[in-house]
Design a binder for this molecule. Structure first.
Ligand SMILES: NC(=O)c1ccc[n+]([C@@H]2O[C@H](COP(=O)([O-])OP(=O)(O)OC[C@H]3O[C@@H](n4cnc5c(N)ncnc54)[C@H](OP(=O)(O)O)[C@@H]3O)[C@@H](O)[C@H]2O)c1
Length: 328
């Protein structure tokens, strides 16, 4: 595993972080058992992952707490989130504090490393900053958590408006940002700011549905071509990102589109940790292997920027699956 420093938190974190939400929710969202989910978490630990991201709304805090029992507390970085609703303009700050207490119990720990406000859209930001954050920062003083973070709502804020306000604000030490091969605008809209202000970044949406569900990428490109946003040739190509797959899949080209997707985000300047979500042990291994490979070849990165660098908000859709619990 490779390790890096999570912005001005100073935390040493693995460059690969296990997302306990998303479509898979460690497999609990797609029919897996608690034992399977614990095996995924333990497998990630064995491969050197030390950062785990969950949320009150994922329903995976208890299983994460169980899987981490017996692990030295300072050997892992636990990130969790307040429920979506706490930052609605009418939400009282006590709700965030109550949820923090509940998360501590569910996780079986006496402190959280990074406590985040979840999916904050531009219109919720003022309340989040002026009402919710001060209440939480008082809990931080009591030692309930170490660093305050904020996550954006990718489908609701594809231009990253909220994050542009949050990044310079000293309250937030960690930011969770959406970025992938067909949604690259964080490169100019967010990362220069997070780098300037020393905000640690957790990357979400590297693969999501668009690269993991068969046919999704092709259908998306057909629509984009019909709208005149990408060349027609991509719409007619059954393997439109096949140009990324070449060589031996190691130092040169990618071994698959998903390998390319994780390597693409991993080496973007300004990205600290790439979160990936899975309930599949083989994906756990291959995703970490991808994240530890070198950057995609320069020519391929240039082509991705030329073809897709202007797109905004592509591939941020909700899953076709119906997981058992709310997700994010
Ligand atoms: N606003 C927010 O706060 C917010 C929003 C979204 C996500 N997040 C966080 O970010 C994390 C990462 O997001 P995500 O879970 O959507 O992760 P992701 O890595 O972008 O996508 C995961 C999806 O891709 C599939 N997948 C993963 N590896 C694969 C592989 N090698 N081959 C084929 N399919 C593969 C997974 O299914 P399998 O189970 O089959 O592998 C799952 O459906 C979440 O878990 C959550 O912690 C936060």
């Amino acid at each position: 595993m490779d390790y890096t420093t999570l912005g001005r938190t100073g935390l040493r974190v693995s460059v690969a972080g296990l997302g306990c939400g998303g479509f898979s929710q460690l497999g609990l969202g797609t029919g897996g058992s608690e034992a399977d989910a614990i095996a995924i978490i333990r497998g990630a630990l064995d491969l050197g992952v030390n950062l785990f991201d969950t949320a009150a709304s994922y329903g995976t805090e208890p299983v994460l707490g169980k899987a981490l029992q017996g692990i030295r507390r300072d050997a892992v970085v636990i990130c969790t989130k307040a429920p979506f609703g706490v930052s609605n303009p009418s939400a009282p700050p006590e709700r965030a504090v109550e949820s923090l207490e509940r998360s501590l119990k569910e996780l079986g720990t006496d402190y959280i490393d990074v406590y985040q406000l979840h999916g904050i859209g531009p219109t919720a930001y003022d309340h989040a900053r002026e009402v919710i954050a001060p209440a939480l920062l008082r809990e931080k003083e009591k030692g309930k958590f170490r660093h305050l973070g904020i996550t954006e709502t990718a489908p609701g804020d594809p231009e990253h408006q909220m994050m542009q306000r949050a990044a310079p604000d000293p309250a937030w030490e960690v930011a969770m940002v959406a970025f992938h091969m067909l949604h690259q605008n964080a490169r100019t809209a967010v990362f220069p700011l997070t780098r300037q202000y020393g905000v640690g970044t957790l990357l979400m949406f590297a693969v999501r549905n668009i690269f993991s569900q068969p046919g999704r990428l092709q259908a998306t490109l057909r629509q984009l071509a019909a709208d005149g946003l990408v060349p027609r040739s991509l719409a007619d190509d059954p393997d439109p990102l096949g140009f990324l797959v070449h060589g031996d899949g190691g130092a040169s080209g990618a071994s698959s589109v998903i390998d390319a997707a994780y390597r693409f985000v991993r080496h973007e300047p300004g990205v600290d940790v790439v979160l990936f979500g899975t309930g599949n042990p083989a994906h756990l291994h291959s995703n970490i292997a991808s994240l530890l490979k070198p950057p995609l070849p320069e020519a391929d990165r240039r082509k991705l920027a030329e073809l897709f660098g202007h797109l905004v908000g592509v591939g941020l859709d909700a899953p076709h699956l119906t997981p058992r619990r709310p997700r994010g």
